[in-house]
Design a binder for this molecule. Structure first.
Ligand SMILES: Cc1ncc(COP(=O)(O)O)c(C=O)c1O
Length: 401
């Protein structure tokens, strides 16, 4: 551990259990720490660095924007907002966008939209259906929508107005909500990220869409982690052919520049009226330029196709390598959002991978999560497999703690 890291912590709050490295720079899917050690990046800053690091077109575009204007103000029109909104509308088939700065902010806006949708219909105590193992953020409202009680501990009381059901069980949803006149929306991730890479089944998504139409509920799909091309479609729910009414986005949309967005379809696009919602930084020219350039480069470089193809490649490799290992319970996910579930907690694997020069994360205690930049090549994918597989095998060969 370097002297810098030993000395680095006294003044930042103790909110993160940090590993003992500090990254200084990156190029493509490789990053270096302040001591010069190189790592292969299969984490992308938790699904953020869509274009990898120091992309040859992205970095100069941001420099150009910084030279022109970083922040203006929502008192005025922001042309880059219109450009990015037009693009998101075209890609999603939805109609209007509100811009903010992060995933929780996008989800907070979605929750406000749902509540106002209810109030506009005369429902004074609107309820939103949320899911077991869901993660939507750490503000009080989004934490209340999140399932993990450990994260909620010490911050009660949680907000009322949420009904929780298991994923992929349409009868449970009907039983919990269909006879409750206060329910106004159903809210879930297409693939739960923090909850352990748990995909929502396509037939379930279609059933929920039909139920929302029948009951006049909003279908709100959190694509903060699984959206923006990561699964091989622009938005993960598009694999099912279903369209939501509200779709929060963040993470990969700015390829590293903080950004959030709520995309709304016709049923939700006119709920907010002037003065109902806002943010100082949201939609600033720099973040908007980052979003526009991210999408432009993704299209030019066919990164959706790359994510899809490489996802299949990774899965085939892991299935081959782990096929005789009962302790590897499941290999799941889609595109470059991959989870390998072990039969035991595997937190230490993150540090072991780091030692071996690979960035990844462990989620839901026992799931190895890979979220590489969408620019990753097949050769780099091979390297990830070559580093990770022996680590997992060695980990599983040590006696269970
Ligand atoms: C699905 C989902 N929603 C919301 C969030 C919260 O986003 P942020 O950390 O930008 O507030 C996350 C973060 O991991 C997420 O995965």
């Amino acid at each position: 551990m370097s002297a810098f890291i030993e000395a680095a912590s006294p003044h930042t709050m103790n909110t993160y259990g940090r590993l003992p490295i500090a990254l200084s720079h990156g190029q493509g899917c490789r990053v270096w720490d302040i001591n010069g050690k190189e790592y292969l990046d299969a984490l992308a800053g938790i699904a953020v660095n869509t274009l990898g690091h120091n992309h040859p077109e992205f970095a100069p575009a941001l420099q150009d924007q910084i030279g022109k204007m970083i922040h203006s103000c929502n008192y005025f029109h922001v042309p880059n907002q219109e450009i990015l909104a037009t693009k998101l509308v075209a890609l999603s088939g939805m109609t209007n966008v509100f811009f903010c700065n992060s995933g929780l902010e996008a989800n907070e806006a979605a929750i406000k939209l749902a509540r106002k949708f209810g109030h506009d219909k005369g429902i004074t105590h609107p309820k939103i259906v949320v899911y077991e193992k869901a993660f939507h953020g750490r503000s009080i409202a989004t934490l209340s929508a999140t399932a993990n009680v450990k994260l909620q501990q010490g911050f009660g009381p949680m907000l009322e107005g949420f009904v929780r059901v298991p994923l992929n069980d349409i009868e449970a949803l009907k039983n919990a909500a269909a006879n409750d006149p206060d329910v106004v929306a159903v809210f879930f991730e297409t693939i739960q990220g923090e909850g352990g890479i748990n995909p929502t089944r396509a037939d379930y998504l279609r059933d929920v869409r039909a139920l929302c139409d029948q009951q006049d509920w909003l279908l709100m799909i959190d694509e903060v982690q699984c959206g923006i091309g990561r699964t091989g479609k622009w938005f993960a729910h598009q694999w099912s052919g279903v369209q939501p009414d509200v779709m929060p986005l963040a993470k990969g949309l700015g390829s590293g520049v903080p950004i959030g967005a709520v995309v709304a379809g016709p049923k939700a696009a006119n709920i907010f009226q002037t003065g109902n919602h806002g943010t100082t930084f949201g939609g600033n020219p720099l973040a908007m330029r980052a979003g526009v350039e991210t999408i432009r480069i993704m299209e030019e470089d066919s990164l959706l196709e790359n994510a899809h193809r490489l996802g299949l490649y990774f899965k085939a490799a892991f299935e081959r390598e782990f096929k005789d290992m009962a302790a590897v319970k499941d290999i799941r996910g889609q595109g470059l959002m991959i989870g390998i579930e072990l039969d035991r907690p595997c937190g230490p694997l993150m540090g072991q991978a780091l030692e071996a020069g690979l960035l990844l994360s462990i989620t839901a205690d026992s799931v190895i999560r890979l979220l590489p930049p969408l620019t990753m090549t097949e050769t780099e994918a091979d390297e990830v497999v070559v580093i990770l597989v022996p680590l997992v095998k060695a980990f599983l060969n040590t006696p269970k703690a």
